[in-house]
Design a protein around this ligand. Structure first.
Ligand SMILES: *Cc1c(COP(=O)(O)O)cnc(C)c1O
Length: 477
């Protein structure tokens, strides 16, 4: 499979190249040059497969040329054999219409583990093949950082530097990052906000001095391999609800548009999908874009669903590219306009393409709390606030008739309730306990470096620490 950039001028790469590159060199995002398609018979033949086998089936066309079927199967078996639930992503029924797809049974209790655990293994495989090292630099408001660190801790050929805004991530989230003790893991607590940390990271990717010394890689959802791994659980849920004969709707708590875009890919591959619901909190740029075609970024308002406190959703570009006729030059021009004005209008073909499959709804703090109460009182399910934003959207769109009665509606449960237990306790009066698989988070020692808010401080820290490890690696090689 070949991968092309949404902005049309970066080199075409194979799966291995696209995985290691992350962002394309023209600033765009990599996508398969065409969507592989399963027939209804292919899909029917997937019924009842264990998760890791289904994963290999669904991902095989995307990795063709870079991994053999046997190599891919070995990877998925190793990754998904290690989750906290035998079903990996169990589907739970709430009432005759509503279902929860539990995506939080990985090591850090958020759905990001499902893809990042695989990405860590892919890095290891490809870097070993190329005899290269990779330095990952990322910024996190919480969930991405811990999941990425757990995915690469201890790998020989990967160094990870994770920047978090000091004092602005929850204690559980911080400890999930800072108590992982491995020589290749570096936590940086930065003075400033998440946006400041994010800006430093972006600047490092464009810094020729840094790039001259280090081979930088990305673990956020601009990395295609992450989205690919997320396509699998749509098939997993859809098959249980009657695919290929019957379609379901999926409601996805959305931030960077990665998870819900994976649902779109599942649809392009032949999975019957009634609707994909983009559920946002009050940071609702995507809801406005899908409703009115107006994609304009405002200021981020902090909420009880921090992993969705985003104004600009990187992966939306992938959808606009695909719906807009896959014209890289036009996409580059449209994005350049957006980067100048922080606003753009969707074209007619983009609007129509998106409207054919997506619906959207946004949840304010009260609606989020009400959805948590509905789940607890009506279905004995304690859910986290992010999941509650998704459930609110599911309930609202069934209520207003956007979704017909009789269509099963799956809300993606993106985080374990214990990860946000203060908010859960305030809403439903129950304090969820941390599953034993996270270990003694509060007994273990933390390790992180406090860094001032200027770019140079972060850059120099990365250069000194990564280069030091590079030297010792070559000295012992
Ligand atoms: C990252 C995250 C999201 C948003 O997912 P995107 O792929 O960025 O849209 C939603 N919920 C939780 C708990 C997350 O960690």
């Amino acid at each position: 499979m070949q991968y092309i950039s949404t902005r049309g001028s970066a080199p075409t790469l194979d799966f291995e190249g696209a995985t290691l590159a992350g962002l394309a060199s023209d600033g765009g995002l990599y996508l398969p040059s065409e969507w592989p398609r399963f027939t209804p018979e292919d899909i029917a033949a997937m019924r009842g497969l264990p998760y890791h086998e289904l994963a290999a089936r669904v991902m095989e066309p995307f990795v063709a040329g870079s991994l053999t079927r046997e190599e891919l199967s070995a990877l998925t078996e190793a990754v998904y054999g290690d989750f906290g639930h035998k079903a990996v992503t169990p589907l739970v029924q709430m009432d005759e219409t509503h279902w929860l797809l539990e995506l939080f049974h990985g090591p850090t209790l958020a759905f990001k583990d499902v893809a990042l655990q695989l990405l860590g293994r892919l890095f290891e495989t490809f870097l070993e093949r190329r005899k290269q090292r990779l330095t990952i630099v990322g910024a996190t408001s919480g969930d991405t950082g811990s999941a990425a660190i757990r995915a690469v801790a201890g790998l020989e050929r990967v160094e990870i530097f994770m920047l978090h805004p000091k004092g602005r991530v929850s204690e559980v989230q911080r400890r999930q990052m800072t108590t992982v003790r491995a020589p290749n893991v570096h936590n940086l607590a930065i003075e400033g906000s998440f946006d400041d940390a994010q800006r430093h990271v972006k600047r490092m990717f464009g810094d020729t001095h840094v790039n001259g010394v280090l081979n930088l890689g990305a673990v956020n959802s601009i990395n295609w391999a992450r989205l690919m791994a997320q396509v699998v659980y749509y098939f997993y849920a859809g098959l249980q609800l009657g695919a290929p004969e019957r379609a379901a709707a999926y409601s996805v708590p959305t931030g960077n548009f990665g998870d819900v875009f994976a649902g779109y890919v599942a649809g392009c591959m032949g999975l019957p999908i009634e609707r994909l619901i983009v559920a946002t909190n009050i940071n609702d740029i995507l809801h406005r874009a899908l409703k009115d075609g107006d994609y304009s970024a405002g200021e981020v308002t902090p909420t009880q669903t921090p992993s969705m406190d985003i104004q600009v959703s990187s992966n939306f570009e992938r959808l606009l590219f695909d719906c807009g006729g896959r014209d890289g030059a036009a996409m580059a021009a449209q994005m350049a306009g957006f980067e100048r004005a922080r606003a753009m209008q969707l074209t007619n073909s983009q609007r129509e393409g998106a409207a054919a499959i997506f619906a959207s709804a946004s949840a304010d703090p009260d609606a989020t709390v009400r959805a948590m109460q509905w789940a607890q009182r009506g279905a004995a399910q304690v859910i986290d606030p992010h999941t509650a934003v998704g459930l609110h959207a599911s309930l609202a769109l069934v209520e207003d008739g956007t979704l017909e009665r009789g269509v099963p509606v799956v809300t993606l449960a993106t985080a374990h309730p214990a990860k946000f237990r203060d908010a859960v306790e305030r809403a439903v009066g129950v304090r969820p306990s941390l599953p034993t698989r996270v270990g003694d988070l509060f007994g273990r020692e933390e390790s992180f470096s406090e860094i001032s808010g200027d770019y140079e401080a972060s850059r120099d820290f990365v250069l000194e620490n990564a280069a030091g490890r590079l030297d010792s690696a070559s000295a012992t090689a």
